[in-house]
Design a binder for this molecule. Sequence first.
Ligand code: COA
Length: 225
Amino acid sequence: MKTSMAVPPSNAAAGHAQTIAIIGAGGHARETVLLLLQCGIARDAIAGFFVDDPYWSDISVEGFPLRRRGHFDPAHHDAVVAIGDSRLRRTVVESLPPGTRFPGFVHPSVISPADLSVAEGVILHAGCIITTNVQLGRHVHLNRGSQVGHDSVLGEFVTTAPGAIISGNCTIGTTAYLGAMSCIRERQEIGADSVIGMGAVVVGNVPAHATYVGNPARPLTRALA
Ligand SMILES: CC(C)(COP(=O)(O)OP(=O)(O)OC[C@H]1O[C@@H](n2cnc3c(N)ncnc32)[C@H](O)[C@@H]1OP(=O)(O)O)[C@@H](O)C(=O)NCCC(=O)NCCS
């Protein structure tokens, strides 16, 4: 295992001729731009924040232009889809033109094995710790301070909020969302599209499409209106 102190090879956009389009302009997008700058990406290599027309206005965000999604051009832009909601991120990725390139970024403070494979669109924010034999699917976003233990497999578009802890030998299904400071016990399966609430302590398997909260985590059920 090594501590990455420099721009790792997985930061594919570093030194690339294309400029980077940040898709989204919310808090997660603004934090992702900070990550890119801390990865050594030059400000003039960032083309701006790209949003759908209803969200567009003639303003700048973090000193970068807000631009219309229709101005995204894969011939000139690489895409960083910086949307924290797992399912919405997948929808937006799938809506972009064929041939769009999605570089991955790993913050220099991330601790991970030298041979960690970073698939397209993977974003690992500051302070994450990834241990041995972990698989991260395309477009996985691990927010700051998340940890993933040995032999765990995270499906495409999984998102962790800050401080989430995934123990060893876990399987996290596609587009699952793990809330801030949630913990997953070793050898558990978290179903696709499920949501784990902030602070939940998950000690059993979670079915697909479910929302679990609490310690020990239980399904969130709502009284009928
Ligand atoms: C679990 C979660 C998705 C539920 O959101 P929601 O569907 O909007 O649910 P509500 O806020 O309407 O709450 C419904 C009930 O669940 C409870 N609840 C909500 N989140 C909870 C949590 N994390 N742990 C325990 N109980 C929780 C509420 O108190 C409420 O209880 P009540 O019906 O007895 O009043 C959400 O609260 C959550 O934890 N999201 C993750 C947030 C996060 O990590 N943010 C980081 C951003 S970087």
